[in-house]
Structures are given as structure tokens and as C-alpha cells.
Design a protein around this ligand. Structure first.
Ligand SMILES: NC(=O)c1ccc[n+]([C@@H]2O[C@H](COP(=O)([O-])OP(=O)(O)OC[C@H]3O[C@@H](n4cnc5c(N)ncnc54)[C@H](OP(=O)(O)O)[C@@H]3O)[C@@H](O)[C@H]2O)c1
Length: 287
């Protein structure tokens, strides 16, 4: 697999192609979202990641429209928020997301977080299964080109597979230097699931981008620490979703294909201690 630019395709288990880097929109203020998305598409991004809970789907839809790029050339992901779990609520929430986005289909729809036993006790698995059943029906009806998960650890996925008819094609989890999820990535990939990395730069205010090891490696390649972080993710076969509202950074976050990290550099980055980020355990969250 040779990836030459952010839109080089990776292929999901159902044959759907997904551009190998996506543009993130978490914490993008609704007031600037349309412009940011238009800028990202103008810079060349074709893969946009949003979610109901970001409260900016309307702006994402406006940015898509004003970009002038035909819908079929874009790959749009949204996510089902935790308050909308369950069979009926999932279907309604999906339609509401589509309406806000002004689209008539999604390329990818994800369950944002698994229902966990801390909150739901023994009902957690059933809630996830019922949510997934609705996703499967929306997929079968052709309203979503691929369906997947987010923040599901391998044990949540295995539990879901006990009742699933369609295997999830994607799992979007937090991955960045200092928060590697290395074993989980391998396990998910072995299941045929494409792993996407959220917070690939460590998120807002993390120390990833000012870490001395990251700076040393960036300097050696004439790149920025952000580019090194994204490249480290790509070289693991994982799809990063960098977010920026600044055009210079948007362009920087696309310019990842003219250098390669050595095996030693990959290991050195993988060995970094926790440098911040959200670093949440999906079994412990209470939202
Ligand atoms: N599934 C989930 O639960 C989940 C959770 C969180 C995020 N996500 C998705 O993943 C995407 C990425 O995660 P994230 O937004 O938390 O964090 P991120 O992409 O790791 O980091 C974004 C932060 O880094 C800054 N930044 C971006 N490019 C930069 C560069 N080249 N140099 C220096 N700073 C740079 C941004 O600031 P500026 O915007 O000011 O440039 C912003 O503060 C989200 O936008 C969202 O789509 C999913």
C-alpha cells in the first residue's frame, strides 16, 4: 500500500474507499465551522469528521455546499451521541444529523462511545447491540456507506460481534504519542477493522507538539512535530483526523508524504510517556 497524499484511499472490509487522512471538527466553533470546512476542502481535504455532539453539523454541511466539490467526491462521517442510543433513538438521531448536514446519505456513521457497565450494569451489552441493529438497518437501506464504532476497546467489539450481523468497518479511538493504544490497534486491525486516530496531535493543550524527542525527530526530517505525529500514526496503518481552523496548519497537516520515519524513530515515539490528551477509559466514563 503506497499512500501518496491525504486522499490516497484505504479500503474498508465492504470495499468502500476512505481517504487516508480526515479533517477533524471537534471544538470548532459553530460560528466558524462553515469557513473552516470550506478552507479544508479548498486545501484538498476530501474526508470530514464531525459528530452530533460537536454542535457544528450545520456548519459542516454549509462548508461542504459552499466548497463546490461534488458530494460524491467527499467522505463525510458523523457519530451517534450517547443520549441517542437504542434502536428507535438511533434511527431518529441519524436522520437529524443528515438534516443538519443537508445531506441525503453519510459515508460513515459511528457509535460515539460504547454504553458501559459502570453506567448501565448488565444492560450495557444489550444497549450497544440494539444501537448496532439500527445502524445495520440504515446501512442495509443504503443511507450509510459504512458503519463503525468509536472508543470501543477490543473487548467491547467482541461483545458486539456476538449479536452483530454486519461487522464494524471502522473504530475511531484516541491515538497520539504518549497514548498509543498499541495492543488495541493490533487487535482491531487483526479483526479487519480500520482504526482511526482521534486527537492525533494530542488535542488542545497537550504537550505532544513541544516534546523534545518529537522536536529532535521533526528537525531531522525538516518537518514539524505535528507532521511527525501524523506520520507516526499513518505508518501504523492508522487513519489520523487532525483538526485545525487555520489554513497554514491545515496545509501542514496534509503535507505528510515526502518523508518516512525509521523503525527506530517509530519505536522512540512509541516509548514516550503520557504527554496529556483526553486519555479516557471508555469503561470509566460517566457521560
Ligand atoms: N471519537 C471521539 O470520541 C473523538 C474525540 C475527540 C476528537 N475526535 C475527532 O478527532 C479530531 C481530532 O482530535 P482533536 O480535535 O481533539 O485534536 P487534534 O487534532 O489532536 O489537535 C487539535 C489541536 O491542535 C491544534 N493544531 C492543529 N494542527 C496544528 C499544527 N499543525 N501545529 C500546531 N497545532 C496544531 C489545533 O488548533 P487550531 O485549530 O487553533 O489550529 C487544536 O488545538 C476531532 O476534531 C474530531 O473530529 C473524535
Amino acid at each position: 500500500m503506497t499512500l501518496t497524499n491525504v486522499n490516497s484511499p484505504l479500503t474498508l472490509t465492504n470495499g468502500v474507499e476512505i481517504p487516508c487522512v480526515g479533517y477533524g471538527t471537534f471544538r470548532t466553533d459553530p460560528a466558524v465551522t462553515a469557513q473552516a470546512v470550506q478552507d479544508a476542502i479548498g486545501a484538498g481535504f476530501r474526508h470530514i469528521d464531525t459528530a452530533m455532539v460537536y454542535e457544528n453539523e450545520t456548519g459542516v454541511g454549509q462548508g461542504i455546499k459552499s466548497s463546490g466539490v461534488p458530494r460524491e467526491e467527499l467522505f463525510v462521517t458523523s457519530k451517534l451521541w450517547n443520549t441517542d442510543r437504542g434502536y428507535e433513538a438511533t434511527k431518529a438521531a441519524f436522520q437529524a444529523s443528515l438534516d443538519r448536514l443537508g445531506l441525503d446519505y453519510l459515508d460513515l456513521y459511528l457509535i460515539h462511545w460504547p454504553a458501559n457497565e459502570k453506567q448501565f450494569g448488565p444492560d450495557a451489552a444489550k444497549i450497544n447491540a440494539e444501537t448496532w441493529r439500527a445502524m445495520e438497518e440504515l446501512y442495509a437501506a443504503g443511507k450509510i456507506r459504512a458503519i463503525g464504532l468509536s472508543n470501543f476497546m477490543p473487548h467491547h467489539v467482541k461483545q458486539l460481534l456476538e449479536t452483530a450481523k454486519v461487522k464494524p468497518m471502522v473504530d475511531q479511538i484516541e491515538v497520539h504519542p504518549g497514548w498509543t493504544h498499541a495492543a488495541e490497534i493490533k487487535e482491531l486491525q487483526a479483526m479487519g477493522i480500520l482504526v482511526e486516530a482521534w486527537g492525533p496531535l494530542g488535542g488542545q493543550g497537550a504537550k505532544v507538539l513541544v516534546n523534545p524527542t518529537m522536536q529532535k525527530i521533526a528537525q531531522a526530517h525538516g518537518k514539524t512535530t505535528a507532521q511527525v505525529s501524523l506520520r507516526w500514526i499513518i505508518q501504523q496503518g492508522v487513519l489520523p483526523l487532525p483538526k485545525s481552523i487555520h489554513v497554514d496548519r491545515i496545509k501542514q497537516n496534509m503535507d505528510l508524504f515526502d518523508f518516512e520515519l525509521s523503525a527506530d524513530e517509530m519505536k522512540e515515539i512509541a516509548a514516550l510517556p503520557n504527554l496529556g490528551g483526553q486519555c479516557k477509559d471508555p469503561d470509566e466514563v460517566d457521560f
